[in-house]
Ligand binder design. Structure first.
Ligand code: FO1
Length: 315
């Protein structure tokens, strides 16, 4: 069994490459739920849906989130009513949130509902939320933003979508992490995995929430030699999203070396892009083995070869 720690688009892309080189039923993806929120009374779980849609071959290829063939009649009608439409929920995507909300209200766990949604969409890997308990990524503004002065703490999607993450942050917190339990099977999967892959997801707001769930970081530390991470920072910048700025704003180095420093206690190996080959020694100086390879997954074939590189590094 392979375990992959995955956040949004970067995690989904590597998983799509991984299932081209191994039996999908041998893969367990542990997915971030710190981005989740209730909106219009519906439970939305963006990173889980991005992983499921991508592996189902139905993700919107441009945005990376939501469904490819989508219509927006509900959002359009909601706008005429003066409802909230800053977070775009397509008509087909809404079916996912209606189904999940209904099943959760009926007492099902997030893990159970996620498995049902993945199966219904023909996804053959095991998609597992990091926890069935609520963990919510909260960010404190370092500067005034429209409608929120510096010092305000906002929810992740408010930061990421409403403010388009175009605002500096001074602090990060995972509300609920202290009392959250890893979802059933997560710790066992990490303990028994032939290899654990930390996908090129945002170190702070995609992998960070998982590491904050009690037991997860210790389980990874115990398997450190089998843990291979892929740097989401290439030549000092994030390929997608605010990872580079968040790292700098929160006092970390926005580079492959900065990522190695963050991961050093639980990941034995870090795959860095060829653009960062000159940083390999500095990565190894952090006590993390450096593997240099193409990590920019511009095509599924590149994602597949990166997956092979990661699996070879884990051996
Ligand atoms: N991201 C946006 O930038 N704008 C949106 O309107 C938006 C809607 C949305 C709906 C469902 C979903 O699963 C994801 C959505 N995302 C949107 C992406 C989401 O904010 C990110 O995927 C994660 O939270 C960060 O990886």
């Amino acid at each position: 069994m392979l375990v992959a720690l995955a956040g949004g688009v970067g995690g989904a892309r590597l998983l799509a490459g991984l299932v081209r080189v191994v039996d999908p039923t041998e893969v367990t993806a542990v997915v971030n739920t710190g981005d989740d929120m209730v909106l219009h009374g519906l439970y939305v779980s963006p990173d889980i849906d991005t992983v499921v849609y991508t592996l189902a071959g139905r993700a919107n290829p441009v945005s990376g989130w939501g469904l490819a063939t989508e219509t927006w009649t509900v959002m359009d009608e909601l706008a005429t009513l003066g409802g909230e439409t800053w977070f775009r929920l397509g008509d087909r995507d809404l079916a996912t949130h209606l189904y999940r909300t209904h099943r959760l209200a009926g007492g099902a766990s997030l893990r159970e509902v996620t498995a049902e949604l993945a199966r219904a969409r023909g996804v053959r890997i095991h998609v597992v939320p990091m926890s069935d308990d609520p963990v919510r990524t909260c960010l404190t503004l370092a500067e005034d933003a429209p409608g929120a002065p510096a010092g305000t703490e906002i929810a992740f999607q408010h930061y990421f979508v409403r403010l388009a993450h175009a605002v500096a942050i001074s602090a990060l917190r995972f509300d609920g992490a202290g009392t959250a339990r890893p979802a059933p099977g997560v710790l066992d999967a990490i303990g028994e995995a032939g290899a654990v892959i930390a996908c090129p997801s945002n170190p702070l707001v995609s992998l960070g929430p998982m590491l904050a769930v009690p037991g997860v970081r210790d389980a990874l530390r115990a398997r450190r030699d089998a843990v291979v991470a892929v740097s989401p920072i290439v030549a000092g910048v994030a390929l997608k999203g605010p990872a580079d700025r968040l790292l700098a704003e929160l006092g970390h180095e926005s580079s492959a070396v900065g990522v190695a420093r963050l991961y050093a206690d639980w990941a034995g190996t870090l795959v860095i892009d060829e653009a960062d080959a000159h940083l390999a020694d500095a990565v190894e100086a952090e006590g993390v083995r450096a593997v240099v390879a193409p990590t920019v997954m511009s095509t599924p074939a590149v994602a597949a070869s990166l997956a092979r590189t990661v699996l070879d590094a884990a051996r």
